[in-house]
Write a new protein. Structure first.
Lengths: 288, 439
């Protein structure tokens, strides 16, 4: 099974065998769409739902869904941390502390990695199940030296993290922290938000700057079905990070094989759960 | 407030300036003695050096600097008519106001004027040397680090920022404004015009090199030399930077003193101004390749893709500096990608990567192209190459794009100052009881 890169899981089954030597081969593909959804009632996570509780439409067409037990899927947590010059002193120490707390909350089946961004995006530790390596990389993090050569490549970093973490297996969580706004990315906000439509990852953003509607961090997180949080103080980073991990673990993963839907293009999704005052947060659609 | 060499500055215009409109004091002996100290500092100043005299001038307030105009006018009269003893000044459209000096002060002025005449130093020579002094003060980091104004008299506020955040705000005396006013005293249409145009080129380039973004100085340059392609080009670069994310982030959150206003328009208007300036540059000098590259990039950002592609195609030329070829390739790729011409974009990005193999931007661009094409493995491969590059060896000319146009600023600046100091080397001057004596 492989993912097509469009936010779609594709199961490939080779149907045909060679008919004649040097002749054509034929194949068919069966797509599986996976949707990561958070279900809440009065801001409390709703537990113990079954597939029958969900109704999903793909481009307005109801679909038959299955529920994947998230306990069967390991997590891939990609830290995406701002290490520009302003992230120093207590801010850096609190960030490290938050990262270490998240690692402490992972299991032996999970993996993690660390990307940092200032003037450039750097991979401090690739995704690995060896969490001690990631913890050590977080401990080694240093703010970039100050000066006119600085910059914040938040948009480039989010794209790189999303593209690298997107995978067939497991559930990918991007945990993005910044204390500012993008100032020097090559990629544009519009392009990366468009790219997010083709990804299975769920991004959560945390910033000491306001994450107002229209800001890249908020739009990026919401485009993937995640959320963005503003923290008044870096002292809140640890609890915010742990809250995100807890929330991510309690999301439902539902899947379906698209039936009677248009071919290529943008597919708007609606995910609903029966019951009063229930809110579902999931990505708004996917591209094929 | 503290200015650091590595910080960036945006210039804001401060509203009404009470000091500038203040009536001139009639008895001006103190001002005359201060003026003579200024003459000494001017005549002993060596270009590029902040010497003792210059340091003294650096402590003056804007009001003290503005005062110089009155004594300079009277001093020029004394150079022509040593026996002159009555003077007047007109300010703010009022009737001329008589001013006078105590005899001792007037005698000092006469002696200093006679000394210049005897040395065959003209008033224009003095003014040009003064321009150099104030230009050096305008750019000296230590001087910039010493705010002497808090009253708004300078007519401007400086907003320091770094990486999209405001770091501070404050006022310093505007020595570049003093230099511009001095240059206005030089009659137009003579052989000095070329020197003055070069001065504007050198100072604008140096401002951009140190990321000192000043619309006021740029407008003054264009007002005096609207047909100079180099000045139009630098004006375009200024507006292009003012439309960048790094500046927008600061402008949108700027906290300024009450009467200060940042003269920065919204992003699209700044881009339009940049496009207009680059277009004018190319009208004046069609072979200005660097302006063509900037013009193409700005047109892409405005969504005018076909004109952008026309500007950027065919720019690649082995005789150009590698950085310019790189920018041309990256911006062509960007325009082609926006226009849906993925193959052309891929070729352009690959050409940029061929020029700078460790550059980040082309790999990001190629990865994104692959991702949008549904080729996730190719997208990831490009990222792997980017992220496994040695951190200490990576470089990306794109990081230097906002100031690349000012790469020769030091040469242009030194050349401009040299042209203004052709009257001779600086004199060795000393002061006794604040009275200058020059060898």
């Amino acid at each position: 099974m492989r993912v097509s890169g469009l936010g779609v899981l594709v199961a490939t089954v080779t149907m045909a065998t060679t008919i004649v030597a040097q002749g054509p081969t034929f194949s068919s593909r069966r797509e599986i769409v996976r949707v990561d959804a958070l279900v809440t009632r009065d801001n409390q996570v709703v537990r113990n739902l079954t597939a029958a509780d969900f109704s999903v439409t793909d481009a307005g067409v109801p679909q038959q869904v299955e529920l994947i037990s998230f306990e069967t899927l390991p997590l891939s947590v990609q830290f995406v941390f701002d290490d520009s010059a302003s992230v120093s002193g207590e801010r850096l120490e609190r960030l490290r502390d938050g990262g270490r707390a998240v690692i402490g909350g992972l299991t032996v089946r999970d993996q993690a990695g660390l990307l940092t961004f200032g003037r450039a995006v750097d991979r401090r530790e690739p995704l690995t199940p060896d969490l001690t390596r990631v913890r050590a990389a977080i401990d080694r993090m240093q703010a970039e030296p100050g000066g006119s050569g600085g910059g914040t490549t938040l948009i480039d970093a989010c794209y790189a993290a999303m593209a690298l973490a997107d995978s067939d297996v497991g559930r990918a969580l991007l945990l993005v922290f910044t204390d500012g706004v993008d100032t020097s990315s090559w990629l544009t906000q519009e392009r990366v938000l468009e790219a997010a439509r083709r990804s299975n990852v769920v991004a959560y953003g945390v910033s000491t700057a306001p994450v107002v509607k229209g800001s890249f961090l908020r739009e990026f997180a919401e485009r993937t079905g995640g959320s963005a949080f503003h923290v008044e103080s870096v002292a809140d980073l640890r609890t915010t990070f742990l809250r995100i991990l807890d929330e991510f673990r309690q999301r439902y993963v539902i899947s379906y094989t698209p039936n009677n839907v248009p071919g290529s293009g943008w597919h708007p999704l609606t995910v609903r759960v029966r019951g009063r005052n229930i809110a579902v947060r999931a990505r708004a659609g996917y591209s094929r | 407030m503290r200015f650091l060499a590595a910080t960036l500055v945006l210039v804001a215009v401060v509203g009404s300036t009470p000091h500038a409109q203040k009536d001139v004091v009639r008895e001006r002996s103190d001002q005359a003695m201060r003026f003579l100290a200024w003459v000494t500092a001017v005549r002993s100043h060596a270009p590029g050096v902040v010497d003792e005299g210059a340091r003294d001038i650096a402590t003056w307030t804007q009001a003290m600097l503005n005062d110089l105009a009155v004594e300079l006018a009277n001093f020029r009269i004394l150079m022509r008519s040593p026996k002159a003893s009555t003077f007047s000044v007109t300010t703010g459209g009022k009737s001329p106001q008589s001013i006078y000096y105590k005899e001792s002060a007037l005698q000092r002025m006469r002696e200093a004027a006679a000394d210049l005449v005897a040395r065959r130093v003209s008033d224009i020579d003095l003014i040009e040397q003064a321009v150099v002094l104030h230009t050096d003060l305008a750019f000296h980091p230590e001087i910039l680090a010493t705010p002497v104004e808090t009253s708004g008299a300078s007519g401007r506020a400086l907003l320091l920022f770094g990486d999209g955040a405001q770091l501070g705000v404050g006022e310093t005396a505007d020595h570049l404004d003093v230099a511009r006013k001095l240059l206005q005293l030089i009659p137009r249409g003579n052989t000095h015009d070329d020197d003055i145009r070069r001065w504007y080129e050198g100072t604008l380039a140096r401002q951009q090199a140190i990321q000192f973004w000043d619309t006021q100085h740029t407008e003054a340059a264009l007002e005096r030399f609207p047909e100079a392609p180099e000045l139009q080009f630098l004006a375009g670069c200024l507006h292009e930077v003012l439309a960048s994310a790094a500046i927008r982030a600061v402008v949108e959150r700027a906290s300024l003193p009450g009467r200060a206003v940042l003269r920065v328009d919204d992003e699209r208007d700044e881009l339009r101004k940049a496009a207009a300036a680059f277009a004018r540059t190319l009208q004046l000098r069609p072979d200005f390749v660097e302006a063509r590259i900037h013009h193409g990039h700005v047109r892409t950002r405005l969504g005018e893709l076909e004109p952008a592609l026309s500007a950027l195609r065919g720019v690649d030329d082995a005789r150009l500096e590698p950085e310019l070829r790189y920018y041309a390739a990256m911006f062509l790729g960007d325009a082609a990608e926006a226009a849906g011409r993925r193959d052309e974009a891929g070729v352009a990005y690959a050409r940029a990567l061929g020029l700078f193999a460790t550059a980040r931007s082309p790999r990001l661009a190629l990865s994104y192209l692959a991702w949008q094409g549904g080729d996730r493995p190719a997208a990831q491969t490009q990222l792997e190459s980017l992220l496994t590059a040695r951190e200490d060896s990576d470089t990306d000319p794109m990081w230097g794009y906002p100031t690349f146009q000012a790469r020769d600023a030091d040469v242009a600046f030194a050349d401009a100052e040299a042209r203004l100091t052709q009257a001779g080397p600086p004199l060795k001057c000393t002061k006794t009881w604040n009275v200058p004596t020059c060898e």
